[in-house]
Design a protein around this ligand. Sequence first.
Ligand code: 3BY
Ligand code: FES
Ligand code: FE
Length: 402
Amino acid sequence: MSSQKTTLDLINERKPRHALSRELYTEEAVFQQDLAQIWHKEWIFAGHTFEIEKPGEYITLQVGNYPVIVVRDDNGAVKAFHNACRHRGSRICKNAKGKSAKLVCPYHKWTFGLDGKLLFAGNMGDNFDASEHGLNTVHCEVVNSYIYVCVADQAPDFEAFRETMSTFTTPHNLDDCKVAFESNIIEKGNWKLVFENNRECYHCDGSHPELLNSFVENLSVAGVGGEEDPELTAHWDKCEAAGLPSRLVMDQEGQFRMTRIPLSAKAVSYTMSGAPAVNGRLDTSGVEDIGALLYFLYPSNWNHFLGDHALSFRVLPLSSGETLVTTKWLVPKDAQEGVDYDLDNLTKVWLATNDQDRELVEETFLGVQSPAYVPGPFSDIAENGVCQFVDWYCDIMKKRLA
Ligand code: 3BY
Ligand code: FES
Ligand code: FE
């Protein structure tokens, strides 16, 4: 590393409640440690079960250095495998999604079943044991349509997250959804800047005119304690009385948080007018202004659940300076485009917001690369969420690098 400092030194040198140093965003050695200590160890959001409904339907994703394939098998189960052939290593599936009765390696046509078993390998002779060359599995868990994968040999506990997440999201009937639209953008910035930007709305006034038609930042949702906001408490009471768990829950390590926030007066959805984008509802509460259920799971996933649609966001680091952000707009499965929703109306606000956030991240990444950049202080009022993310990152890295 050019700075001669270790990642641990750099993290230990961080001033409390201040941004990270340049090297922590830019150095290749730090990036590789982010991958090794976080991305290769934690549960990573892959996609939704309804994207791979039929046997043979698959999605692929890159989890740090690991290409992964997630597939629906012949028995209807969701399975995940390392997308690296057991012959000489070629990726088996190169497309982001597809459908195939068998997983055939494009290089020498080794052919794997949807359960990962090697079914065919030509010209390998009598001494070759196909049963020893099945695809290596990746840990995979499903909760309310969300597929999470973990490439570590031993995956961390999933049950605490599953219990909390399913308590909050079950009333939103996600299993009855479909993807109305998907966007993929590569932001030219470090993955930590992408999540930091998501964890505050200090920038919203100046940057997100479309979002501000419906979204109001509630400063009590950072999950770091502080004063209870009476408006938020009233919203929680109303939604919980209608059967929607709403009160903020933050896990002990600070890796996930769920909470339900009100939208601005009269707005019930993320549209330009604030009116619903979809005829039809995801939840069955019967209350129109349920606001937005927000949850994140570090390091790869944040989400918004409204009455009429939901949004999932997936963050994947491609390099120290490139991050893939995938957004999916989820609507009830039986909603018809052009009849029950207008795609432009549904996607306008967050397409604009994502693009604005992309620019903020890219400009910050250019600025923090300056040798003259000095990490500045977080606002005690408006940046507790960012601070919470950066503290989570520093704590986990300290623990694992020590
Ligand atoms: O999920 C959050 O905490 C942040 C707050 C502002 C934007 N975003 C929704
Ligand atoms: Fe896959 Fe040879 S690398 S068949
Ligand atoms: Fe933003």
